[in-house]
Design a binder for this molecule. Sequence first.
Ligand SMILES: [Zn+2]
Length: 435
Amino acid sequence: MNKFLELGKFSFGIGDRFAHQAKAQLRACLMVADQGVEIVPVWNKSNREHTIIGSDPSDTRVAVDTAVRELGWKRPYYLDADHIRLETVDRFMPFADFFTIDVADSIGKPAGFKSVKAFVDSHPELIGKIVIPHVNQPLETTRADVERIAGQYLLAVQDAGKIYRHIARAKGEANFITEVSMDETDSPQTPPELLIILAALADEKIPVQTIAPKFTGRFNKGVDYVGDVKQFEREFNADLAVIAFATGKYGLPGPLKLSVHSGSDKFSIYAPIRRALKKFNAGLHLKTAGTTWLEEVIGLAEAGGDGLALAKEIYTDALEHADELCAPYAMVIDIDRKKLPAKETVNGWTSEQYVSALRHDQKNRAFNPSFRQLLHVGFKIAAKKGDRYLNALKQHEAVIAKNVTENLFERHMKPLLLPKTKPARKPSRREAVLA
Ligand SMILES: [Zn+2]
C-alpha cells in the first residue's frame, strides 16, 4: 500500500479568491463526473493572495468543506497552500493537505562545489547518451553540462527538501500531497534539466506528485497562450517522456504529473495537451484561479442595476491604479494601455457591452484581452470594497454561479479532458422537410 495520499490522474486547481464560489466550482466537477471522468478539485490560494485579500487559509477550509457537504461530493478534494516557502508555510499547516513548494527564488543560487560534485559523482547515468522512450533524439550530456545544471538547480531542490521535511514533521508524511514549482522564473526548463531536477528530488526523498516547470511561451493571466504552439507541444511531450522515464529510474513515488500554472484560458494549447496526455496515458494538474474571480465580475455585470454599477466601479478604480496593480504581475500580463477603454466609455456600457468585453470568447469581436487582464490583476480593488463586494456576491449569487460553473466546465474541463462528442448529424433534406 502506498504510504502517501494520492492525488489521482486528473486534478484541477480551482482558486476561489473571495471564498464564495466553491459550490459553483464543485458543480463543474460533478458535471464532469456525470460523464464518467473524475477530476479531483484542489482549492489553491497563495500567501500573496491571502495577504492582498486579507483572508486566512481557515476561511478556504470552511467554504470548501461546506460546499462539499451541501453538494454531497463523496470523492477526494484538497486544499493547496500555493507557492509557499519556509517563511510562509506555517499558517497553512492546520488547513491545507496539498503544498506547492515554490523554490524558483533559489534557482541559480550556488549549491556549493561539494554538493554539486557529490551529486554528479553519484549519477554517472546522467552523463553521455540517454535514450528516453518517445523522445526522437537521445539526450546528450557531458559531465560539464550536468555540473552546470546541477549548479543551477541543486540548491533549489535542497530547499524543497527542507520545506518538505518541515511540513512532514508538522502534518505527518502520509497526510498531504507535494508539488514542487519552478515556474516563476525567467527561462524555461529544458527536458535534460527536468531529468536532472527529478533525479535530485529523488535524492532528497521528496514524494513529489506534481511538478510545475516553466514552459516555453507566455502564460499571461486569464488570456490565451502566447508563443509557438508547435514548440510548446514538442516540449510538453518531451517533459512527459522524461517524467515517465525518471519515475521508473529513480523510484519516484508516482504517478508523477505535470502541473500547468496559470493554466486557465490557455485555449490554444488544450488540444496539444490533450493529445500528449493520451499518447502517454498521463495525468495532469491544471491550475486556474483568477478565471473564477473574473466570472464574478461578469456575473455582476450581467445582473445589471447595482451589480453592473459595481462592476463598472471596479474597472474605473483598477484603471486609476493600473501601475500599482500591474507591477507584481509584470511577468505574466501583457496589457496594451491604448486598448483600455476610458472610464467614461465604460460608464456608458450596457450589461451586454461589459460582458462582451470581459468574457473570454475569442469569437466575439468586442472581447478585449487588455481589459480582461487589467481586471484579472484588479481583485485587490474588490477586496478593498470589503462587505459591499461580498454582499453583492451573495445578492447576485445565481447569475454568478452559473457563469463560474459554465466557464470551468465548458471552456476548461470539457476541451481538456472530456471524451469528444460527435457533432450532431445534419438532418437529411427529407427529414428537414418533414420536420
Ligand atoms: Zn504558479
